[in-house]
Design a protein around this ligand. Sequence first.
Ligand code: ZN
Length: 306
Amino acid sequence: MQLGVIDIGGTFVKYAAVDEEGAFLFHGSVPTEAAKGGEALVAKVQRLCDELMGKVQLDGISISSAGQIDNVNGRVVFATDTLPGYTGTELAQRISAHTGLPAYVENDVNCTALGEYWKGAARGTRDFLCVTIGTGIGGALFLNGELYTGSHFSAGEIGHINLYPNGTLCTCGQSGCYEQYASSLALQRRVTEQFGEGWELKAYFEQVKAGNREAVQLFEHWLDDLTTGLQTLVHLLNPELIVIGGGISAQGDFLQQTVLSSLENKIMPNHRQSLQIKMAEHDNKSNLLGAAKNFLDKSGMEQVSN
Ligand SMILES: [Zn+2]
């Protein structure tokens, strides 16, 4: 089986052809141009499908997308204004009609979790959280061996846990949300405030690791906010693993160790006992792998029920 897989993010749309083992036959990426709106985005995804079908014989299309996704009907149930006009898009139906192929859609962080469960850091793990740290904070709950998506496809919006009542205004309209304090963007803002323009996070982390006192203090403050959010989740769900994805996972062992030691000080003994922290292994390909896994699971289920 060969699948076209597409990952719609706020900045880039990644696309690839993969086989049923998750091997990449081709991959590429183009800018999302989110400001052009939902219709332009659908047309772009349709063109990418055409390109993929021109290169590889495909059996289906599977999409990982930003936003809250009805994964049964492949519909966007909610997207913020970063993707204007995207809410309500019947994505699976539009792509299926365009290509003549079966199409599925799943939320992008859920796809990260599925990709890491299938081929990465969460292989064989029945209860884990996937936390993606980037411009915001995304979450996926993988519980009892499967994704938990809530009563209406919107579980795991952990970026909007309230961390500071009456705090910084958030894109969701509330204030004091977790992602306003513990995302990469939040850290970048604080770094710029303290050290001036031109400090990228990669260079900043070098200063932290080198023991620069000001850099370390700022890092510890951010880490404290990050693990306070995780503390709530660990006590609620008692996972055996937290997989950290997003650009920040490039900080690897350093981040893994600092998050674990900070978090261990905030949780009860039995929750601590079995808890591991790992960085996502497939970086920017997890979502594409997860989309493929979603297709294999969903189409397999249909065959069983038929
Ligand atoms: Zn919020």
